[in-house]
Design a protein around this ligand. Structure first.
Ligand SMILES: [Zn+2]
Length: 464
């Protein structure tokens, strides 16, 4: 597919049979290595089309924009796009409550719905999505294209460890791998005793690629070692992740790569933003690339909602460019990141988030006025010798002061006094808050087969 062809057709129709030669570095070289101006032209073309489409077909957007007198024609260039009103999770949830079960943003008749998906409901009531077949095929196609950039090829066998449930991540990984022509093994952990089974399956079947959450990969490695198996024996080449920030946390990435003897790839946006792999690292692992012609990602100022310059911190805001069943325009993540347009050795033109998304709003607590993100703690704890992988942050408030306790596990190789001193010092330096440290014997904290719960907030704000 040439870039020029994409400038004449929306929604795009991709050749469903196309797969590059295995030695090709790029899926669509023409687009991935275009000049910045050429990429901007393509992105703006798609943005215009998706906005016009939403205004015409989505009751949700027509109502929302008409109320503030906004029309897609008001936007004359890509630079002006940050004037478009933000869409928030709260608005979408409210719309779903008022227009059950699918909300007023569905643009296709029910007879054309191909897949119903939902969020895993980590926080609050799950959100429901309905996808048309065209959208579903485009998601598969774009995921395959992005998987290609971190080295997946049709000869690979992909082990899908995350649950095949409401969690959309597993389905995106599955359909992308299938579209790429790889073999898949949809294992879907989550049942009691399944991790022991995974160890024996992996030893026998020898998949080359792993997909799951970072905390599950580390739990799997711990289980394997208990059973006398070195995780390197599984023979993975690539482990790719979404659902948690860990794969972008430097010390966790290093630990995963050393444990499995394979490369660790960070990926993921939000469940609502499908295709979600539009933020994914290439094989060079210099932070996630923003595949701007798939989902246009802005990094914006928290207050003004305008783009921040490269090198600065802001909130990712997402606009999928090819979704016709349920468009989303400028969807507010609430997360935190920094971005750069410095070149990547892979040669792709897409900007990058060099530190990934380090501030997940779901994993954040405000303690004495400081925002504390679990991923910052993770980076500190996984760097310290003598500690296990698990940790929990517990926040309490006795009188008016917040108290934060970090519980982590010791391997018994160093004295507790020595460990406490180092943890306190490094946490104070990196996070800026003083923590109580509670050291527990290895194996005490709960293990997860999916997403780890790192923050327990026991403060009762209603009474205080
Ligand atoms: Zn790259």
């Amino acid at each position: 597919m040439q870039k020029t062809a994409l400038l004449q057709q929306w929604p795009p129709k991709y050749d469903t049979q196309y797969i590059p030669d295995v030695n090709e570095k790029f899926w669509y070289k023409d687009i991935e290595t275009a000049s910045k101006e050429e990429l901007d032209e393509l992105v703006f073309y798609k943005l215009k089309k998706v906005m016009e489409y939403a205004f015409k077909h989505s009751d949700f957007y027509n109502r929302k924009w008409s109320k503030v007198d906004f029309h897609p024609n008001d936007i004359k260039s890509l630079k002006e796009f940050d004037q478009v009103p933000i869409t928030t999770k709260a608005e979408v949830r409210q719309d779903l409550l008022e227009n059950q079960p699918f909300g007023s943003n569905v643009c296709i008749p029910f007879s054309e719905v191909h897949r119903i998906q939902g969020t895993s409901g980590t926080t609050g009531k799950p959100t429901v999505f309905s996808f048309g077949k065209d959208d579903w095929e485009r998601i598969a196609h774009q995921h395959a294209r992005i998987m290609w950039s971190f080295g997946m090829r049709p000869s690979d066998l992909v082990f899908i460890a995350s649950p095949l449930s409401l969690y959309i991540g597993s389905w995106g990984a599955l359909i992308g791998a299938e579209r790429l022509g790889a073999k898949t093994f949809p294992f879907g952990a989550g049942q009691a005793g399944q991790t022991e089974k995974a160890v024996s399956w992996l030893k026998e079947v020898k998949p080359t690629v792993f997909y799951g959450t970072p905390s599950y990969a580390l739990y799997l490695a711990e289980k394997a070692k208990e059973l006398g198996v070195d995780p390197k024996e599984f023979g993975f080449r690539i482990l790719f992740f979404s659902g948690e920030p860990g794969a972008g946390v430097p010390s966790t990435k290093k630990k995963i790569e050393e444990t499995f003897g394979a490369i660790c790839i960070d990926s993921g946006t939000m469940a609502e933003v499908t295709p979600w792999m539009s933020n994914t690292e290439c094989e060079h692992r210099k932070g996630v690339h923003l595949w701007q012609d798939v989902v246009y990602t802005e990094v914006v100022d928290q207050q003004s909602k305008k783009l921040v310059p490269y090198g600065e911190e802001g909130v990712p805001v997402y606009t999928p460019l090819e979704r016709t069943s349920q468009p989303l325009i400028r969807y507010w993540s609430g997360d935190l990141t920094t971005w750069t347009d410095e070149p990547c050795p892979c040669g792709r033109v897409y900007p990058r988030l060099p530190k990934g998304i380090y501030g997940r709003i779901d994993d954040m607590v405000t303690v004495r006025g400081v925002n504390v993100y679990a991923s910052l703690l993770e980076n500190v704890i996984r760097k310290i010798d003598g500690l296990g992988e698990e940790f929990v942050m517990i926040v309490t408030r006795d009188n008016i002061m917040d108290e934060v306790t970090i519980q982590c596990e010791t391997l018994g190789t160093r004295s507790n006094q020595d460990l406490k001193k180092q943890i306190s010092k490094e946490l104070k330096r990196e996070v800026g808050v003083t923590f109580n440290i509670d050291l527990l014997p290895i194996g005490t904290l709960e293990r997860t087969q999916f997403k780890a719960k790192r923050v327990i907030d026991k403060r009762n704000f209603k009474e205080s």
